[in-house]
Ligand binder design. Structure first.
Ligand code: CU
Length: 115
């Protein structure tokens, strides 16, 4: 799974049009950091907005919950103690998508992917 994500990121970097002058263009992911305390995201629900084709990386720190779930893209990760949970993907589908913590259920972020 991790290997596939890294490959996807590499493909994005290659797909960026480059002029003769620009030799290496590295596309940085849009990083969204979320810390969950008492089953709720610190500072409230994050509402990032990215352009379609962007690479998005959610980094979630939580001591509670059995699953972190990105709806629509349907990516699920099981959080492990003491290790941030990383969900990285290329936002190919426009729309609005919710990142949820499950058990206890909480909305962590609402991602907008602009066409
Ligand atoms: Cu869910």
């Amino acid at each position: 799974m991790r290997k596939a994500l890294i490959m996807a990121t590499a493909l994005v970097a290659v797909a960026v049009p480059t002029s003769a002058a620009a030799q290496h263009v590295v596309v940085e992911p849009v990083v969204v950091q979320i810390t969950v305390v008492n089953g709720r995201p610190v500072g409230g629900i994050k509402r990032p907005s990215v352009k379609k084709g962007s690479t998005v990386r959610f980094v979630v720190r939580t001591t509670a919950g059995t699953e972190i779930h990105l709806h629509g893209y349907d990516i699920e990760k099981t959080p492990r103690k003491g290790v941030p949970t990383v969900i990285q993907f290329v936002a190919k589908v426009p729309g609005r998508f919710e990142l949820e913590l499950h058990q206890p259920d909480a909305l962590l972020a609402q991602l907008t992917v602009r066409p």
